[in-house]
Design a protein around this ligand. Sequence first.
Ligand code: FAQ
Length: 315
Amino acid sequence: MIFTDEQGQFDAIIEAEEKIEPRDWMPEKYRLNLVRQMSQHAHSEVVGQLPEGNWIGRAPTLRRKAILLSKVQDEAGHGLYLYSAAETLGVSREEMMNDLLIGKAKYASIFNYPTLTWADVGAIGWLVDGAAIVNQISLCRTSYGPYARAMVKICKEESFHMRQGYEIMQVLACGSAAQKAMAQDALNRWWWPTLMMFGPHDSESANSQQSMKWKIKRQSNDELRQKFVDQTVKQADHLGLAIPDQDLKWNEERGHYDFGPIDWEEFARVVKGGGLCNDARLEARRTANDEGQWVKDALMSYAEKHSKSDVDQVA
Ligand code: FAQ
């Protein structure tokens, strides 16, 4: 079908489950919504290195240290794919990074909680990466091509991350009484913040309705949260650990687990900067930015010289 108007062409691509590519016309609000979500996603990957990074120097064995190093490095790579994908929408990495450093841009609330014990590294891999996979599998079918393609590679790596976290929990849960208690304590502290990762309930979600119409989001916040709960209850049972929710029970009629109320006041406080680690997380990013400035300057100067000599050669 040939369309004479740009909007009609865009609508047809979305309707046909095809991808919008950077060269295609797109409504300005579609572009801005994607920049918002993708840059938040990229920032989450980069800030998300910090809680686990806290344990690289204290991992219990050399093998654990090597695995954790590799996992944290993967998160940096995910940030890189996502910033690159967002750049195809006409926003520069510097602008996105600056918005993070001045506290304007959001990133996932979960990364403002502290990692107090080694079991927290297990809980992050199992629960936080587990939640991220549920969300990101769905985003593999997002309507913007570069975002969808980045998600495919990211999901493969997240599966390994989740496995390594679950394996840490398994070893602790089968260990001494003190180790099992440490695993249970980590589950108790990370469970509710992980459920908050999926965002507000659908009725309160400002962006969902439009994002679903544009097929940027393929499943709602509540649908994804429910999927995560349903799959994780069985995993906790297998570990012999208890999910800290007295209201959690199987609902035969719905074919899903019911679960207790989420503390949305806590969520709002953490998103607005009042979590235990918000200040420390931003401070760490600012320091990394300042201390790495000379590397960026050197690379830019090399790139400028290099591209100039290429031009000279062609001339
Ligand atoms: N934290 O209207 P909605 C990872 C904000 S990656 C902070 O429902 P939307 C890997 C939201 O931005 C984790 N803010 O928003 C890893 C909006 O504010 P705005 C990150 C949140 O976009 C693992 C407002 O609330 N994953 O973990 C949160 O339709 C281990 C209203 O919300 C992604 O970013 C929150 N949890 O749906 C790395 C996935 N939730 O922008 C290291 C991509 C909501 O209007 C270690 N993103 N808000 O000012 C998404 O799928 C969506 O953006 C949602 C939110 C589902 C997060």
